[in-house]
Design a binder for this molecule. Sequence first.
Ligand SMILES: Cc1cc2nc3c(=O)[nH]c(=O)nc-3n(C[C@H](O)[C@H](O)[C@H](O)COP(=O)(O)OP(=O)(O)OC[C@H]3O[C@@H](n4cnc5c(N)ncnc54)[C@H](O)[C@@H]3O)c2cc1C
Length: 462
Amino acid sequence: MRIAIVGAGLAGLSAAYELREHDVDVYEGSGRIGGKLYSVAFNDGPTDMGAEAFLARNAEAVEFFTELGLGDSLVAPSGLRPLLYVDDKLQALPTGGMMGIPSSAEKIAALVSAESARHIANEEPFEWTPGGDVSVGALVRQQYGADVVEHVVSALLGGVYSCTADDLGLRATIPGLARVLDEQAAQGSVTLSGAVKVLEQSRVSTPGKGAPFRAFRGGYAEVYEALAEKSGADIHLDSFISGISHRPGEGYVLKGAPADAPLYEGVVLATPAPTTARLMAGIAPQATEALREVKLASSAVVGFKFDSDVDPEGNELPQNTGILVATDQEDVHAKAFTLSSRKWPHLAERGGALVRASFGRFGDDALVRADEETLVDYALDDLAHITGFDGRAAGVSEIFTQRWFGGLPRYDEHHLETVSSVLGALADVPSIAVAGSWVNGVGVPAVIAQAREAARRLIGAK
Ligand SMILES: Cc1cc2nc3c(=O)[nH]c(=O)nc-3n(C[C@H](O)[C@H](O)[C@H](O)COP(=O)(O)OP(=O)(O)OC[C@H]3O[C@@H](n4cnc5c(N)ncnc54)[C@H](O)[C@@H]3O)c2cc1C
C-alpha cells in the first residue's frame, strides 16, 4: 500500500515504523525530524531541549524501545526528590497524592493556609455525576481551597501540560481519579480526599506501579533516528503540506509534495491539532470543525551548562532533581527548573552542571515571545533568587534557547468529547488516520501507542 504520513514527530515516525512493510513517504514541514523531541549537541554530548524522559510504568513502551535496539540506552534517574518554591521558600514536593492533590491535610499543611488544611481534613461530600467532567482547578478549589491549586496542583500539572489546573479537564488528565469519583457516586458519598486515598492504596497494593521515569543516554535523538532508519520510509524534509484532496478511484493528493509525488492509497496526519484540522478541511469538514476546538499551549526551555555546581561564594545547586514554582509566585518568571545533572547520573558524569529553565503556560505567550537575552537573564536571576546559586559567577559555558510555540495541546474538560467527535466524523472517510499528542495523551508512551494503533487500523490490521 502506498501511504503518506504528514509530520515526522514521534507520532509520524512511530506510524512509519509500524507501516515499514509498506511504501511510505513522510512529509515534514521543518528541516529536521523529531518534532518536540530534540536532542541538541552540547559540547559534552546530546542534551534534550524538548521531552527529556518518559514514564516507564507501562511495559509496552520499554518493550518497543528494546525492539528498536535501544534497551541498553535506557537510563534511570538518581532517585533524588524535587522541590517546590512556595511562599518564597523552597520546600519538599509532597509525596503521595495524585498530581499534587492530597488525600489528607498532613502532607500539604506546610504549603497551604491553615484554612485550606482544615477544609481538606473536614472535606464535605459533593455532587458528582458519573461520567461527568470538570476542570481540575475548579474541583480542587471548591473542595480544598485556591492555594492548593496555585501552590501545588497547577505547579505540577503545568510541568506536564504547560497549562494551569483550571485549563485541564479531570477525566482527560487524571482519568483514574475521575473513575474513582464515578464509583463513589454509585455507592453514595463522593469526596476528593476519599478518592485520592483509594488510588494511593491501589498503588501500595500493586508494588512496582510507582513512577519509574527513564531517559536515553544519548537523548531522544536515539529514538527518532532509530525510528526513521528502521521504518525504511522516504522522509522529505522542508516539505510543508498545506492541503489534501481526494480523487475518487485514484487516491489522495498532497498539496506541497513534489510535483512528481504519487497519489496515495492512505494518509496518516501526524501533525498538531490545528494543522490537522486545516489539512482535513477538503476531505472531512465535520472533523475539521470539531478539531478546531483543540487549542495549544506554548512554552520555552533554556538549557545551561555551568562550569561548576557550586558558585565562588560556596552556594551549591540543591541536591534535588528540580524545582517547580507555585503559580502565584509573582517575583519569579520561570515555571520550573530541571536540575538535569542532579536528576540523571549519566548527565552528572559530564562534570559541571546542566540545568533547564522552563517558561510559559497556556494563554500567556508573553514569556515565550521574550527575546533570548531576557529569557536567559530571567532564568539566571530566578535560579539565584530561589536557590542562592549564582550561575553567572559559577561560569556559563553553554546556553541553548528553544521555543515551543503550540508545543502541547490543551486537554480541557471538553477534550475527550472533542476527540471522540473528530474520530466519529473521520469514521466515514476512507483510509485517513490521525495520530499525535492531541488524540490520546501527550506522554511519549501514549503518543507511540496511539500512532501505532492508528497505523494498524489504516491498513486494516489488528
Ligand atoms: C517542552 C516539552 C517537554 C516535554 N517533555 C516530555 C517528557 O519529558 N516526557 C514525555 O513523555 N513527554 C514530554 N512532552 C510531550 C511529548 O514530547 C509530545 O507529546 C510528543 O513529542 C508529540 O509528538 P507528535 O508527533 O504528536 O507531535 P510533534 O512533535 O509536534 O510532531 C509534529 C510534526 O509535524 C510537523 N508538521 C506540522 N505541520 C506540518 C505540515 N503542515 N506539513 C508537514 N509537517 C508538519 C512538525 O514540524 C513536527 O515535526 C514534552 C513536550 C514539550 C513541548
